[in-house]
Design a protein around this ligand. Structure first.
Ligand code: G6P
Length: 612
């Protein structure tokens, strides 16, 4: 999973490519490179390491005079991060240079065949096969050669291609990896994502699978593989480039944490009508279809899966329909029991996660009704779903998700309540009361964000611990999973989430003097139970931080068991995850900051995971 850009126009390409890549580093950042054509010469500059190293190497791009080029930022899959494995890759003849995001699954046999014919490979990557195939199939026409290549390769790809013999055009094509086209007075662009072109233009096209685009400085032509032209409506990006920049915050993560009230309002408000009902734009499910549902699967990866775990509790409680939360990477290979009476809810911020996309296809093929919750408009998952609900979180840059998670949760509440309402499982009064509470969430989240200085102070105390355990029951446990992941992925502290009642079945043996335990107890009816579990860890020397609701009454001896306490406002028990996750995000952030970690780009991670 990587980021690609391309530019052809009337300006120097290299500085534009570097500026674009800067906005794509969230897709991977273990190496970077550019290729430009100037005076008939096609030259590649690439290096292991961050984009800054490449930028320093080519003087911010200024030393490269060409006005056409392609660029890449890499997250290694095939072959370690190294100069040789960095993109762009050139074909042996030196005619082609390409950048690639995705995986060529049949690269092994293709490489072996080419090697038999005497082709010498310069890298360990799957990508280089594409460059070498372009050479092998070249018939003087880049378009027809490219069609032959994409008919040969299997897997996922977004490709940007330069041909030294045609120094005024870029070709690009995609299959199951994202790719957009940007159009401007100064020239035209390709990119893996919109922020890369936003400094230069707001006018874009989304490309679909197997569409080939040819860019020159004045033209953009889209074709199908039979070279039939495709007419595409231009789209205007209505969010500002500053939305993709830090806006004065030290990290994207804290900016995005602070943006949550606004993101929640944008996601919730348009779905609530004046007469107090829920309208789910993009959902065509009838009352009859909903009433006939026998099972719901929520399928996702990472934090989006944790939203699914909350969803299981909430949807079952409100609709009494059995719900399973599935990891997409497991669901796709488990012969899932789904049929026409199953609703599969797919959750994905990027809309490009490979396992989630594959799970969506699997569910559709088995006849399930699919409803997707997606943040990136025009992404593969959005395109392939019959029912799409967008979270309006805006671009999320930090690898560790916060505002996307929160808006996904809000969508789950709205879906659960909508199904309950449509199927007559909830009284009018209870429906209205819950809906009012959902619309109050943005304000409540804003009030919890004011705890930031307190959490920053607490973080100093916990920053140098080696282990952490997050405990909770039911919905508190679902949030504990996300809280634990948040801490570990950005601070590199080993952390685990446990159902509070389960810890004693083995893992409690790891609790010793000073072990950090965060107990989440916001589910009022379960607070006494969780407090008993706090006693158990405290008796073994744990240092306990309790996150609970404002009106939780603790007896003196209970308060003594707790070293620190964070109190948050209350809402309906089902909605508490939206509130209790906020101090956990802040805690994770400030601990990572105190440890001086690379918060927005944690080691080994990438934001958009387009490989299995
Ligand atoms: C990566 C991100 C997570 C995200 C997960 C699923 O691991 O770092 O924040 O939850 O992928 O991504 P998606 O785009 O499908 O929500």
């Amino acid at each position: 999973m990587c980021g690609i850009v391309g530019f052809v126009g009337r300006k120097q390409a290299a500085p534009i490519l570097l500026a674009g890549l800067e906005h794509l580093e969230y897709r991977g950042y273990d190496s970077a490179g550019v290729a430009v054509i100037d005076n008939g010469s096609l030259d590649v500059y690439k290096t292991k390491g961050r984009l800054q190293i490449l930028s320093d190497m080519i003087g911010g791009g200024k030393i490269l005079p060409g006005t056409i080029g392609i660029g890449h930022t890499r997250w290694a899959t095939h072959g370690k991060p190294s100069d040789d494995n960095s993109h762009p890759h050139k074909s042996s003849s030196g005619r082609f240079a390409i950048v690639h995001n995705g995986i060529i699954e049949n690269y092994g046999p293709l490489k072996a065949e080419l090697e038999k014919k005497g082709v010498a490979f310069a890298s360990e990557t799957d990508t280089e096969v594409v460059a070498q195939l372009l050479d092998a199939y070249y018939d003087g026409d880049t378009f027809s050669t490219l069609v032959k290549v994409i008919e040969t390769i299997e897997g996922s790809f977004a490709l940007g291609i330069l041909n030294r013999d045609n120094p005024h055009e870029i070709y690009a094509v995609r299959r199951s990896s994202p790719l957009i086209v940007g159009l401007s007075e100064d020239g035209n662009f390709i990119a893996s994502d919109i922020p890369a072109v936003l400094p230069f233009t707001r006018t874009i096209y989304h490309l679909n699978d197997n569409e080939i685009v040819r860019l020159t400085e004045d033209t953009v032509e889209i074709f199908d593989t039979a070279r039939r032209p495709i007419v595409r409506e231009k789209e205007k990006v209505d969010w500002d480039v500053s939305a993709a920049e830090k806006g004065g915050y030290p990290h994207f993560m804290i900016k995005e944490i602070m943006e949550q009230p606004e993101a929640l309002s944008k996601t919730i408000a348009p779905r609530i009508t004046h007469d107090g009902s829920i309208t789910l734009d993009g959902v065509q499910l009838t009352k009859e279809q909903l009433a006939a549902l026998t099972h719901i699967h929520i399928v996702a990866c990472g934090s989006a899966y944790h939203v699914g775990v909350v969803g299981k509790y909430v949807i079952e409680e409100l609709t009494r329909i059995p719900v399973t939360a599935d990891l997409a990477s497991e669901f796709r290979y488990q012969n899932p029991i789904v049929d026409a009476h199953t609703l599969v809810i797919i959750i994905s911020q990027s809309g490009e996660t490979a396992d989630t996309l594959a799970a969506l296809r699997e569910a559709k093929q088995r006849g399930a009704t699919v409803l997707s919750i997606v943040n990136v408009v025009g992404s593969s998952i959005a395109n392939e779903s019959d029912n799409v609900l967008y979270t309006w979180a805006g671009p999320e840059i930090s690898v560790a998700t916060t505002k996307a998670y929160s808006t996904q949760l809000a969508m789950i509440y709205l879906i659960a309540l909508y199904i309950a309402g449509q199927t007559g499982k909830i009284s009018k009064e209870a429906f209205s009361s819950l809906l009012t509470k959902i619309s109050a969430l943005p304000e409540q989240v804003a009030s919890i964000l004011k705890l930031a200085p307190q959490l920053e102070q607490l973080a100093q105390r916990y920053a140098y611990l080696e282990h952490a355990y997050f405990l909770g029951r039911n919905l508190d446990y679902a949030v504990a999973m996300e809280a634990s992941l948040k801490l570990k992925e950005i601070s590199y502290i080993h952390s685990e989430a446990y159902a509070a009642g389960e810890l004693k079945h083995g893992t409690i043996s790891l609790i010793e003097e000073g072990t950090f335990v965060v107990a989440l107890a916001c589910c009022e009816r379960l607070i006494p139970k969780t407090l008993s579990n706090i006693k158990e860890v405290k008796a073994r020397g744990a240092e306990v931080l309790l996150v609970t609701v404002e009106n939780c009454q603790l007896a003196d001896e209970q308060a003594d068991e707790v070293d620190h306490m964070i109190r948050i406002p209350q809402t309906n028990e089902l909605l508490m995850p939206s509130l209790e996750v906020i101090p956990c995000q802040l805690l994770g952030y400030y601990i990572a900051k105190a440890r001086d970690c690379d918060i927005d780009k944690p080691r080994n991670l990438a934001k958009s995971v387009t490989v299995e």
